[in-house]
Design a binder for this molecule. Structure first.
Ligand SMILES: [Zn+2]
Length: 185
């Protein structure tokens, strides 16, 4: 099997919290460390923006990669913040927690899916929407293979200019390789 991966720690998939039936309990139990900060949008090297990294609400948000401190698994998380002074917890309007099997998979999903698309991750995942906590419907998650993700990225962005396709290739090649920020394994 082709390896070529760096900065990847073997870990459980999905996170142990997927065994907790009640979504709020699962989120209350969550303890994580920051691995990557993907920021508010995905940009190519020349600042050309490919997509936003959170659902398109009238608010602010971002995406990041976290590692569960209990089982070591990885979670791709996107969140939106909305200022709503009359709410008790105005700082957490919306979050998606997507299980990923490797930093490479997370980097590639970050390239492939915009905020809305990641929110529609086809397997069961944790969501917080306003004050609702829920497990989405769907099958138990399976890891998405990097080669398949690379193929889908190239297909999705086939309409880019040759120069931007070249910069996109660079991003694709770097997936899973860059040093993580905040990863102190
Ligand atoms: Zn876990």
């Amino acid at each position: 099997m082709k390896k070529g991966r760096t900065n990847v720690t073997e870990s459980r998939f999905p996170c142990h919290l997927w065994e907790i039936r009640d979504a709020k309990s699962a989120l209350d139990m969550m303890e994580t460390a920051l691995i990557r900060q993907y920021g508010t949008c995905l940009e190519l090297e020349d600042s050309f923006a490919l997509h936003g990294n959170y659902p398109d609400y009238d608010d602010e948000g971002s995406r990041r990669l976290l590692r569960c401190k209990v089982c070591g698994s990885l979670l791709l998380v996107q969140s939106s913040l909305r200022e709503c002074p009359y709410w008790d917890e105005p700082d957490m309007y919306y979050r998606d927690y997507i299980p990923v099997a490797s930093v490479e998979e997370a980097d590639l999903l970050n390239i492939l899916w915009n905020g809305e698309e990641l929110g529609e991750y086809p397997f069961r995942h944790l969501k917080r929407d306003d004050h609702r906590y829920l497990w989405t419907e769907g099958e138990e998650p399976v890891p998405l293979f990097p080669e398949e993700l690379r193929r889908r990225i190239r297909e999705k962005y086939a309409g880019l200019s040759p120069k931007h396709r070249e910069l996109l290739e660079k991003l694709i090649c770097e997936a899973g390789k860059k040093e993580g920020n905040g990863d102190n394994d």
